[in-house]
Structure formats: structure tokens, C-alpha cells
Write a new protein. Structure first.
Lengths: 89, 89
């Protein structure tokens, strides 16, 4: 069965306060990176999925986001699916 | 001065063990998502940068990665720069 890589970006919704981003912003300011105006920190998760089709792989990734990876109240997610390079199996 | 959004993907190098990814993988298996073969968890950071040019914004983002955001021994980073939508200032 073909293998796909799902790259998932999980970001806090814009209305949610991001203390980690604020901390990174302050650290950058202290190091002289004063042109940085704002920082938001999210997650980037890569799933390796065995599926018959790209659509089936997308469905697995979306279900994973809804069940485990993202908090639907505070976070948004975006999914990109790409075929994995064929392995020399 | 124009504003740019730098989207930074920080990933563990492939040779580095990812315990968070293993935990997520196990959780997905337990929930029946058995077609997921592997999980890697990284960070996705968005910087809002005021800079004269796109290249200048890239330089700020790269310096930020090297100084604060990424651990150069264990992590890789990728930077994408996009012009921010003009605000109605």
C-alpha cells in the first residue's frame, strides 16, 4: 500500500492568548531583534500514513487531528498530504 | 515599513529520538488509527516582522532561529516569508 506524509500545522486561534509566544517575543527583544512585532507558537506534526489513496490518507490525518492532536476549542489545524518517496523495499 | 509573516517549521533531526511523537503514535494506535506508521512532533512558529525588504525579514527570522528558536545540534528549521496583508491603519 502506498505511503503518504501528512504535515499538520496546529495553531492557537487568534483570539487565544499565547504565553509561550510572548516569552519568545521577550527573549528576542532582549537579544536585540526589535523588528519582531509578534510571535505565535504552534505545533507541526508529521504523520506517516499507509493508505490506498491520498484522500484516504487525508481522512486518517483529519480524524487524528479531531481525536488526539488538536483541541477544537482553542486550536485550528491545517493538513497537507504528500506522497512519500518510494522506499527501496 | 512593510510587515512580513515568517512561518518557521522546527523539526527534530531524523536521527534524534522523539518521545512526544512516540506517545502520540501510541495514542493513535489505541484509538484505532492503525494506518499511522510514524509520528514526529515539531514546532511551528510565526513571527510578524517589520522590515524594509523580504530579504531583510528573512535575515531577522534566520537570526532568531539561530539564537533562540532552534537547537542547532538536534533540530532543523525551515523559513517561509510572506508579505502580510496591508492593515487598514
Amino acid at each position: 500500500m502506498p505511503t503518504y506524509h501528512a504535515t499538520i500545522a496546529i495553531t492557537l486561534r487568534p483570539s487565544i492568548l499565547d504565553p509561550e509566544g510572548k516569552a519568545v517575543h521577550q527573549a528576542l527583544q532582549n537579544l536585540g531583534q526589535t523588528s519582531v512585532q509578534n510571535v505565535r507558537v504552534g505545533k507541526r506534526i508529521t504523520l506517516t500514513i499507509e493508505a490506498k489513496t491520498k484522500d484516504a490518507a487525508y481522512d486518517v490525518a483529519e480524524t487524528s487531528c479531531q481525536k488526539v492532536l488538536a483541541n477544537p476549542v482553542t486550536e485550528n489545524y491545517e493538513i497537507e498530504i504528500a506522497a512519500a518517496a518510494p522506499s527501496a523495499a
